[in-house]
Design a protein around this ligand. Structure first.
Ligand code: NAI
Length: 269
């Protein structure tokens, strides 16, 4: 049985992934702001350092997989925090844990992006460039400046929607660029992304309701299957990517979104 680190393990997709792995008999090292084996704020450099050190210590330095799931949504008011948590959190953590994944001989890493990266028409190219250059301070500053110049109607819809979509766009691009480098690919560490659509978790639902009263056909983006996703729908695919048998896929971005991306960009392939 393997040892897996799962960030965002206290809620939603992370909790569902931790449950699937535990049920399969694996050891799970959960990382979150609360209710986890490792308590760390992945939105800060210090929190990421703490998380990497603790995971390496608990695992004994060898990891079979990492599922970098922790993240926030577009409703968080601080656009800079969205970028730090959603982009720099997973990227720094995975770079720090890559050696531990290599030691297993069949290391697997999965990040959770979003179909917002391809379906929200607000990607900030400069923000993406700064994120991919690894310049967190400049990216944070730019995210706040761009947010303050945003039309009020967009801010009213979701205050950090542009930073959110851009953080996930940059993350998917980082996965594709990084997965094929010799440091990852030739050392047997496979790196893939899942791009969920609307999934009924506390992130999507806020503090009230369980989503039973929501109608997928009234959602702002098309939902061809007519239903919202459940955390388990994402955990299923995370688990597939983490298996040692998943040995010929790297740099992929898998849409698990009820068909939204295909409906909005049918001819993009
Ligand atoms: P959730 O809110 O249920 O779970 C997210 C978990 O991440 C929480 O336990 C939270 O405490 C943790 N977290 C947040 N900030 C953190 C930080 N700074 N350090 C450590 N842990 C932190 O949300 P959900 O929906 O399960 O989200 C999982 C991922 O899926 C996120 O990356 C989110 O952006 C992404 N996503 C969610 C969608 C949805 O419709 N729910 C759609 C597309 C992407």
């Amino acid at each position: 049985m393997g040892t897996f680190a799962v960030t965002g393990s206290a809620s939603g997709m992370g909790a569902a992934t931790a449950a699937v792995l535990t049920d399969a008999g694996h050891t799970v090292i959960g990382v979150d702001l609360h209710d986890a084996e490792v308590i760390a704020d992945l939105g800060t450099a210090e929190g990421r350092r703490t998380a990497i050190e603790a995971i390496v210590e608990i695992s004994g330095g060898t990891l079979d997989g990492v599922a970098a799931i922790a993240g926030v949504g577009p409703n968080l008011p601080d656009a800079a925090a969205v970028l730090s948590i959603n982009h720099f959190g997973p990227v720094t953590l995975l770079n720090g844990l890559r050696p531990a994944l290599e030691r297993s001989g069949a290391g697997r890493a999965v990040v959770i992006g979003s179909n917002s990266a391809t379906t929200v028409p607000l990607i900030d190219d400069h923000l993406v460039e700064l994120a991919l250059a690894g310049d967190e301070d400049a990216a944070r500053e730019h995210a706040r400046a761009a947010q303050s110049a945003m039309p009020q109607e967009i801010l009213d819809f979701a205050p950090s929607i542009a930073a959110y979509a851009s953080s996930k766009f940059a993350l998917a691009r980082w996965v594709r660029r990084t997965a094929v480098t010799p440091e990852w690919a030739r050392r047997g560490v496979l790196l893939n992304a899942i791009a969920p659509g609307a999934v009924l978790t506390p992130l999507m639902l806020g503090s009230t309701g369980n989503g039973a009263d929501l109608n997928a056909d009234e959602f702002p983006t098309p939902m061809p299957l007519g239903v919202f996703g459940r955390p388990e729908d994402i955990a299923f695919w995370v688990h597939q990517f983490l298996r040692p048998e998943a040995r010929f896929t790297t740099g992929a971005v898998l849409y698990v979104d009820g068909g939204t991306d295909a409906a909005m960009r049918p001819d993009s392939q």
